[in-house]
Every structure is written in structure tokens, then in C-alpha cells.
Design a protein around this ligand. Structure first.
Ligand SMILES: Cc1cc2nc3c(=O)[nH]c(=O)nc-3n(C[C@H](O)[C@H](O)[C@H](O)COP(=O)(O)OP(=O)(O)OC[C@H]3O[C@@H](n4cnc5c(N)ncnc54)[C@H](O)[C@@H]3O)c2cc1C
Length: 373
């Protein structure tokens, strides 16, 4: 008899499995329909021996000391500040847009002060910021919006930025200095031996049993358990009763090249050319030294594994219907990106799972974090 059946071995499911087993002493069965743990953060050594991320680049960054300290129990880290270049007008320029981006693109030599004036002169006034287009044109004007954002967004979402919530681009900064880091969080680090190793350490406990290649529906009626933690898609749990929640998917094309370095930056975005949106070279992220190098191309797709909830008001309304059902469903805890239909980064999912555990065990989150093996 298990105390908990946990559906999904990604961050949400694995954090809860670990806390329930180690802190609360519960017996846990964690299942995943995929043949591996770690969910979308899964990494592996490819045929050439290069460490790659199966489901696209996963860069860890957080401002939360709690999350950092919690995960530090299961991995050592390497410092890593992420950098992205965008291929625009035949040049590779820093992204997010900064002083060097504009100077390089237009062959100028502006100062930060002059760039602020430049943005002010091209920015379009908006009474209300409702859409992703509003966010960008009100900051950097139409021309830079067209060059960097419009087509990228159309490729990624199959929607024009004018049809997408402001939240999609609201977190893309625009800088007037030369800072070319993609993130500015306090902690910018990667698990030293990879994500999968970190998950193996989290789940390594006598109270945790792992069942892979298994959809929970195959076992829920035959394996006795008391409560469930569900981290799969919420609409699927309720048999799509109110209709399907829309997601964008991706197809990943992995390649290995017989050269030490393939491109001059960890990620190159292609807003305007090619069917793919970006190319990632993993050795930058992992720090691995190898004579060969492995890269991944990302092709946005309408169908496939659910990756990105589509942030539109009607989808949020549909989610709220499912959320109301979830609230009425006793004995099942809905946690994670798919079960709450939110675009969460890894650290946000860890924080959410820790909060849910605190609620389940009736403790304060600080106490939950302090308790270890
Ligand atoms: C391309 C891409 C890039 C990303 N890059 C970053 C990044 O750089 N930084 C960052 O912080 N975050 C990034 N993320 C987000 C990150 O992947 C998520 O925050 C995190 O994986 C969410 O964890 P989760 O446990 O909620 O979901 P998941 O990792 O998706 O885990 C859910 C698991 O549930 C399993 N499951 C679903 N249904 C069933 C079922 N019926 N039965 C059994 N198992 C089931 C799935 O197989 C899956 O393994 C990225 C996401 C994508 C798609």
C-alpha cells in the first residue's frame, strides 16, 4: 500500500516524492509515461558522449535562496551566465536588445544616454498595454519590433504578437547598457553533473519506488494508494470535459558535429530566416570539454508533447473551469506546469511543489526546507 501515487517524475513530482518520503516518512510510488525521470529537464550523454538536453536547453536561474538551498542537497553546481545572439540583417547581435545590439545593427556609436533618447524617439505611445505587440513597440518602436520580435513570435506561437497576452514578452528586458546576459537572477548555475543525476539523487530513498514507461491510468485501479499528486495536463485528467486546453509544441532536431565549436554563442535565435527558431550548442551550458560538439534545432509545432500553454484570455477562462473541478476533487493535488496550465520556469515549479508540500503537511515552508534526511 502506497501513501501517494505521484504522476510525473519532472520537477513537480520529484520534489514532492522527495519531501513526502524523506521528511514525512510516506511511502511513494512515482510513475512517468516516459522511459526516464527528470521530465523536460532530462539530459543524457548522446552517441558521441556529449551531454545534451533531450527537450531543449534548460538554463537554471533563480532569485530564490530557498530553492537554491533545497536543490543544493542533491547536486553541486557550476556557475553559468547564459548569453544569446540573434541573427538579424546578416549579423549576430546581443539579445536581449542592449547598447551593442543597436550600435552594431546600425553602425552607430551611441552612449547609453543617447540610446535612451533613441528609444524614446521611436517608441509608440500606447494607452494600455494589452498585447505582446504593445509591450515591445511601446519600448523600442516598430522597426526593432519587426526585426527581432514579430516573426519570432509568429513562428513560436503561430499567432501575431497583437493576438498574444502581454505576459509573453513582458519579461523580455530592453537594456541601454552593455549587459549581454540573458538573465540577471542572483543564482545563475547549472547542475555540475547534469539534471538527470540531480533527479537520481533526489529520488534515491527507500520509501520511493519509480515506475517508468507507465501511464498512471494503467495502474491507478490496480495499485492501492491513499492520495495522488498529479503533474500531467489538467484537461487530460478530466477527460477533456470542457474541451482541450491549447498548447504549443516543439520538434527537436539533434546533431553532432566533428568540430570543437559550432557557433559563437550558446544560443543563436533566428527571428526571420529558417523554419527553426533557435540553435543551442550544449557544451557552453554544461562546460564539457569534448573534441566534438552537439547542437539542437527547435521547430515550433501545433501538435506533439504539450510544452507551452497558450496565454490568451479564453484559454485562461477554460483553465479556470478545470481548476474549479480540481478544487472539488479530494485526495488529488494538482502541481506543476501542466497541471496548473502556467508557463513556469524550473525554479518556480520547485517553489510551487515546496509550498504544496508545506500545505499538505501543515507546516511552514521554512520548516519544510530545514528538514533533510
Ligand atoms: C523547450 C523548453 C525549454 C525550457 N527551458 C527552460 C529554462 O531554460 N529554464 C527554466 O527554468 N525552465 C525551462 N523550461 C521549463 C521547464 O521545463 C519546466 O518548468 C519544468 O520542466 C516543469 O516541471 P513539471 O514537473 O511541472 O513538468 P514536466 O517536466 O513536464 O514533467 C511532467 C511529467 O509528467 C509526465 N506525465 C504526464 N502525463 C502523464 C501520465 N498520464 N502518466 C504518467 N506520467 C505522465 C510527463 O511525461 C512528464 O515527464 C523549458 C521548457 C521547455 C519546453
Amino acid at each position: 500500500m502506497f501513501d501517494y501515487l505521484i504522476v510525473g517524475a519532472g520537477f513537480a513530482g520529484s520534489v514532492l516524492a522527495e519531501r513526502l518520503a524523506r521528511v514525512a516518512g510516506k511511502k511513494v510510488l512515482i510513475c512517468d509515461k516516459r522511459p526516464h525521470i527528470a521530465g523536460n529537464a532530462y539530459d543524457l550523454y548522446d552517441d558521441a558522449g556529449v551531454l545534451v538536453h533531450r527537450y531543449g536547453p534548460h538554463i537554471f536561474h533563480t532569485n530564490s535562496r530557498d530553492v537554491f538551498e533545497y536543490l543544493s542537497q542533491f547536486t553541486a553546481w557550476r556557475p553559468y551566465e547564459h548569453r544569446v545572439r540573434a541573427s538579424v540583417d546578416g549579423q549576430l547581435v546581443p539579445m536581449p536588445i542592449n547598447l551593442d545590439t543597436v550600435n552594431q545593427l546600425y553602425g552607430l556609436n551611441l552612449t547609453s544616454f543617447e540610446l535612451t533618447k533613441f528609444f524614446e524617439s521611436v517608441a509608440e505611445q500606447r494607452d494600455a498595454i494589452r498585447t505582446s505587440e504593445d509591450v515591445i513597440v511601446s519600448k523600442v518602436g516598430r522597426e526593432l519590433y519587426e526585426k527581432f520580435f514579430r516573426n519570432y513570435t509568429r513562428k513560436q506561437w503561430d499567432l501575431d504578437p497583437s493576438e498574444l497576452d502581454a505576459t509573453v514578452t513582458a519579461r523580455v528586458p530592453v537594456r541601454t547598457n552593455r549587459d549581454d546576459r540573458y538573465f540577471t537572477d542572483t543564482y545563475q548555475i547549472m547542475p555540475l553533473h547534469g539534471y538527470t543525476r540531480m533527479f537520481e539523487n533526489m529520488l534515491d530513498h527507500p520509501n520511493i519506488k519509480i515506475l517508468l514507461n507507465t501511464d498512471y491510468r494503467e495502474i491507478e485501479d490496480v495499485i492501492p494508494y491513499t492520495e495522488m499528486v498529479y503533474t500531467g495536463p489538467i484537461d487530460e485528467f478530466f477527460d477533456y470535459r470542457f474541451g482541450k486546453l491549447p498548447y504549443r509544441s516543439l520538434e527537436f532536431r539533434h546533431e553532432t558535429h566533428n568540430m570543437a565549436t559550432y557557433q559563437p554563442a550558446p544560443v543563436v535565435n533566428y527571428p526571420n530566416e529558417h523554419a527553426y527558431t533557435r540553435v543551442t550548442e550544449f557544451k557552453y551550458l554544461t562546460g564539457q570539454e569534448h573534441a566534438k560538439t552537439s547542437i539542437v534545432f527547435e521547430y515550433p509545432r501545433a501538435d506533439g508533447d504539450p510544452y507551452y500553454p497558450v496565454p490568451r484570455p479564453e484559454n485562461a477562462a477554460l483553465y479556470r473551469q478545470y481548476q474549479a473541478l480540481a478544487d472539488e476533487t479530494t485526495g488529488v493535488h494538482f502541481v506543476g506546469r501542466l497541471a496548473t496550465y502556467k508557463y513556469y520556469n524550473m525554479d518556480q515549479v520547485v517553489a510551487q511543489a515546496l509550498t504544496v508540500f508545506a500545505r499538505m503537511s501543515g507546516t511552514k515552508r521554512s520548516k519544510v526546507l530545514a528538514a533533510s534526511a
